[in-house]
Write a protein that binds this ligand. Sequence first.
Ligand SMILES: [Zn+2]
Length: 301
Amino acid sequence: MLDPSEAAAIAFEPVERCPLCGSHDRVLFERESLPPQQIHLVRCSQCDFIYTSAVVAAGHVARFYNGYNVARDAAHGELRRKRALMYKLDAAYARRFLHPSGTRILDVGSGTGEFAAQFLDRCEVHAIELDDAARAACAQAYPTLRLYSGLDDIPHAAAFDAILFRGTLQYMPDLRNVANWCCACLRAGGYLFVLATPNAESILAQLQREHWMLANKVEHRYWFTRRHLMRLFGSRFALVAYDLPYLGTPYENYSDDVCKVVAMIESGAARGERVPFFGSMMNVVLRKKMMRAGATDAVAC
Ligand SMILES: [Zn+2]
C-alpha cells in the first residue's frame, strides 16, 4: 500500500466503463474509502465484475513499476522466502498439463525471473517484464531466458504452447488487448494459466472488501472470478482446471486462520485482520480449443 506522499506523486486517470463488459452502470463495492482517495472499488451492475474507478495514468505506468520488484523483495524477506516456495509449487502444478519437453512457454510479468526459471530445464522460456531493473536482474541471473519489455516486442511469428500469468493479470492495463493477443499467439490445444491470482468470490474478498489482504487499489485493477476469466478469454477457450491453493502452501495456518475468519464473521470490528485463507487465491487453467477442419466452431480438445 502506498503512503499518502507516494500517492500524491502519481497521476491517476478515471475508469468510466467496466473493463470487461463496457457497461457504465456500477455500484460501490467498498464500505469505506481508504487512501488513495482518488480510487474506489466498484462492482459492475451488468456483469458483477469488480474493478477500480481510477488507475495509474497510462503515461506513468512504466515509471510506477520501475524498481518495483527489487524494492518489494528487499522490504519483505520472509515473504520472499515463501514466494520462492510457491514458485516451485505453482511450477509443479503447471507441469502437470505441459508436454515434458520441447515446449515453448511465455511468462507474462516475470519480475526477476524466479518463476519462469523453474521451466528452463525442459522448455524454451520467454518472459515479459515492464520493470527495467527487474528485467536487467533477470537477464543476468538467467541468460537463456528470452526477455521482452511488452507484448508488442515479441516476434509476431512466435506461437506458444503455454502462456502463464502468475499473479499478474490483475495489473494489466488493457484486458481486451491482452486476451486477444493470447488467443492469437497461443497454438490450438495450448494452455493459458492464470495462477496465484486473487479470487473475488472468496469468503474474505466478499467479507473484508477493501480491508482484504489482497485488496490493493493502486496495483490490482480488477478482482477476477473463474466466471469472469472465462468471459474475458471467450468461447475459444475451455476450462480444464480450477484450484484454490491454501492447504499445503507456506501460507497455511488453518487452525489459527479459521478462528480469525470466524471472528470477522461475528464482528465487523475484526475485519481489518490480514489473513491468508482458503479460497483467497485461485489457479485457473484454460485450454485453447482445436478447430475442426472445415468447421467454423471450435471443439473442445
Ligand atoms: Zn461489466
